[in-house]
Each structure stands twice: as structure tokens, then as C-alpha cells.
Design a binder for this molecule. Structure first.
Ligand SMILES: *[C@@H]1O[C@H](CO)[C@@H](O)[C@H](O)[C@H]1NC(C)=O
Ligand SMILES: *[C@@H]1O[C@H](CO)[C@@H](O)[C@H](O)[C@H]1NC(C)=O
Length: 359
């Protein structure tokens, strides 16, 4: 080994020996007002749970992924767009005094094929009422032109009638992150709701640079978490020599990556610059990993069953529970909803105003 390499090893060993936990955070600046690690670990669990296919267990929050840091979550609405293979939910996290909205990522047989297609996505839609801002039609429509949006909006409105102007946290993984982004922007711009925060995991780019700056202006509390060599945040491609014409991420990225040797591996969470395309974050490595796409903070972000948009549902939830409404349309799409007032009668009002922090 050359001398400078030895120096690096020595520096690393020193670094590892002074750090206590397995998660090492190097603080050059205080980013705690921008990025909250605890909140990220909570939201990634919601982004993971929304993949579950047993709708009864998901609605009643008894699924295998419906526990740990999300215990006590109260589902208000679960939307399954069978036709377009989409799934999302709205509910209340009483411990965070927040409304949580989560979107599922793609549930296709082959995530490889889905990722390959991302290379060719065109900027083919002008974002409404926003000069020069362009987005990808498919991502935009998945949120704006399906049963998902009306379901989300109505649940948010019903919940806000009861709980008031509480924080709304929107999350999702992969394509679910793209949908979450459009949702956060929709709530702010079209519904005038200002305390909206967004945190996505491994999302693709969704628009051009004009869209990215418009987005940042309206949704300033947005975090895009990227992980190691995850391919998806690299797509559709960004060409630094042609920035006006290509896709451009909005700010702000937080890049997770490991450093260390052998059994001493530590996760670094790097809070990136405000450009959206920080060359020292995930762009500093090649996006060549699918496994990095499917595991964030040690939490699995993929379907529990592969192959289809199959729905597993035990109808007893509808029969036994008079507070749950069940609607289905001609295309077979399903909305399960609960009146937020039905369960909140017993809740003390002292919870209101507690725990609203942002990242
Ligand atoms: C981070 O988020 C958690 C959960 O919302 C909260 O309890 C904690 O106070 C937050 N930390 C900061 C520094 O805001
Ligand atoms: C919305 O979806 C319908 C059918 O699902 C389609 O015919 C229509 O062109 C779509 N509109 C937009 C703006 O994408």
C-alpha cells in the first residue's frame, strides 16, 4: 500500500474509534433543522408498510410491517387503484400530531424492466400554470389522473376538519416518491395548505430545472433520501452540460452511504447542498445497484408478494365495523375509509399542538 493510503486507513480507524454508535454522523454544520434522522426512520416504515397487499391487515394497522415506530397509527383512508396498480393511504400519527400520506412504489414483476424504462422517460408535459416547468407525463398522471388524488384530498379535508391545521407529512419510495412529490406540491399550490413536509426514498427525477426551482419555492421542507449506489435517483438521466433541457432533481438530497472496512462499517448521512444535483452526493458514484434501491435504513421497500396487483381482503372488516366505508368503482378500484370523528371521540384534546417539528 502506498503511504497516502495508509494515512487514509489510520484516519479512518481514528474516526471509527472515536464514534460510539454504528451510525456515524459527521457534523460540519448543524443540519438538525433540515434533516431529522429519527423522523426519517419513522417515515421509511410508513413507506414500507404501504406496499403490503393484505388490505384488511393494512387498514386495521395490524400488518407485519405495521408496528415498531409506527405503532398507534390510525388509518383514515386506503386507496387501491387496481386499474393502474397504485396504492396509497392517509391517516394520523398521533405521536407526531401529523397527518401521514404514503404512496406505494411500482409493483411489477420485474423491477429491472421498470428501471430500464426510466432511461427513456421524456419531459413531455408542461406543468400547469408554470412557465418553462416540464415534467414526465406518466409520473404526473399517476397522481393527478387516477382515483388516488380524489381519495387523498377528501381524506385530508375530513381529517383537517377535525384536527385543524396540523402538519402533513408526505412520503413514498421509488415511483411512490414521485407521486408523493406531486401530492405535496398539489396540497400547497392548489389547496393552500402550508405546513406540508415531504420525505421520499429512492425517487426518480420528475421534472426539469424550472420545475425543480418552482417545487423548492412551494415545498421548501422536502428531503429526498438516496442510498449508496441506488440506480433510481440517477434516472431519468441528468446531463450537467445541458442542464436546461434535461431532468433535474429538486432539493434537498440526503445521501446515505457506508464507509469502513470489513466488519466496521458505518452509515454516513450526508446532507447535500441546496442545488438538488450536488455532485458530491449520490452523483459522485455510479447508480448501478438495485439492492440499494430496495433497502433504506435496513427497512425493506418492496412488495411482500410479487407478480401482480393482487388484492387480499377479508370482508369482515366491512361487515363488522360500522365505521368503515367501502367503495368500489367499475374498474375494480377500492377505497376503504373511516370517518376520523368516529374514533377520535375518546381522544384527549391535549395532544393537539404537541410534537410538530420539521426536518
Ligand atoms: C426529530 O423528530 C422526532 C420525531 O418527530 C422528534 O421527536 C424530535 O424532537 C425531532 N428532533 C429535532 C431535533 O427536531
Ligand atoms: C387521464 O386518463 C384517461 C384514461 O385513464 C385518459 O384518457 C386521459 O387522456 C388522461 N388525461 C391526461 C391529462 O393524462
Amino acid at each position: 500500500m502506498e503511504r497516502w493510503q495508509w494515512l487514509k486507513v489510520v484516519a479512518l480507524i481514528f474516526l471509527l474509534s472515536v464514534s460510539e454508535g454504528r451510525e456515524l454522523r459527521i457534523k460540519h454544520e448543524d443540519y438538525s433543522h433540515i434533516y431529522n434522522h429519527t423522523l426519517a426512520k419513522i417515515l421509511v416504515e410508513y413507506a414500507s408498510a404501504v406496499y403490503m397487499s393484505d388490505l384488511t391487515a393494512l387498514f386495521t394497522w395490524t400488518c407485519a410491517r405495521c408496528n415498531d415506530m409506527t405503532t398507534g397509527f390510525e388509518m383514515i383512508e386506503l386507496i387501491v387503484d387496481f386499474q393502474n396498480c397504485l396504492q396509497a393511504f392517509v391517516g394520523i400519527a398521533h405521536d407526531l400530531n401529523s397527518i401521514i400520506i404514503a404512496f406505494r412504489g411500482t409493483q411489477e414483476n420485474s423491477i429491472q424492466n421498470w428501471i430500464q424504462d426510466l432511461f427513456w422517460k421524456q419531459l413531455d408535459l408542461n406543468y400547469p400554470d408554470t412557465p418553462d416547468a416540464m415534467v414526465h407525463h406518466g409520473f404526473y398522471s399517476a397522481y393527478h389522473n387516477t382515483t388516488v388524488r380524489p381519495g387523498i384530498i377528501s381524506a385530508v379535508q375530513r381529517t383537517r376538519e377535525l384536527y385543524g391545521d396540523i402538519l402533513i407529512m408526505v412520503t413514498g419510495h421509488s415511483m411512490g416518491g414521485a407521486m408523493a412529490s406531486f401530492c405535496a406540491l398539489d396540497l400547497t399550490v392548489n389547496y393552500g395548505i402550508h405546513n406540508v413536509q415531504l420525505m421520499t426514498f429512492g425517487q426518480p427525477r420528475i421534472g426539469n430545472v424550472a420545475f425543480a426551482s418552482y417545487f423548492h419555492k412551494h415545498v421548501p421542507h422536502a428531503i429526498r433520501v438516496t442510498n449508496g449506489h441506488d440506480m433510481v435517483p440517477h434516472l431519468p438521466p441528468y446531463y450537467y452540460y445541458f442542464p436546461e433541457k434535461t431532468y433535474h432533481h429538486f432539493a434537498r438530497e440526503v445521501w446515505l452511504h457506508n464507509i469502513g472496512l470489513g466488519s466496521l462499517v458505518y452509515m454516513i448521512e450526508k446532507v447535500c447542498d441546496g442545488s438538488g444535483e450536488d455532485p458530491t452526493c449520490s452523483r459522485s458514484v455510479s447508480g448501478n445497484s438495485i439492492s440499494d434501491h430496495l433497502l433504506y435504513y435496513g427497512v425493506k421497500l418492496q412488495a411482500d408478494t410479487w407478480g401482480s396487483c393482487g388484492i387480499i381482503m377479508d370482508n369482515s372488516i366491512v361487515k363488522d365495523n360500522s365505521i368503515v366505508r367501502f367503495r368500489t368503482d367499475l374498474a375494480g378500484n377500492i377505497v376503504l375509509s373511516k370517518d376520523p370523528a368516529a374514533s377520535s371521540i375518546l381522544r384527549p384534546t391535549s395532544q393537539i399542538g404537541k410534537g410538530s417539528s420539521y426536518f
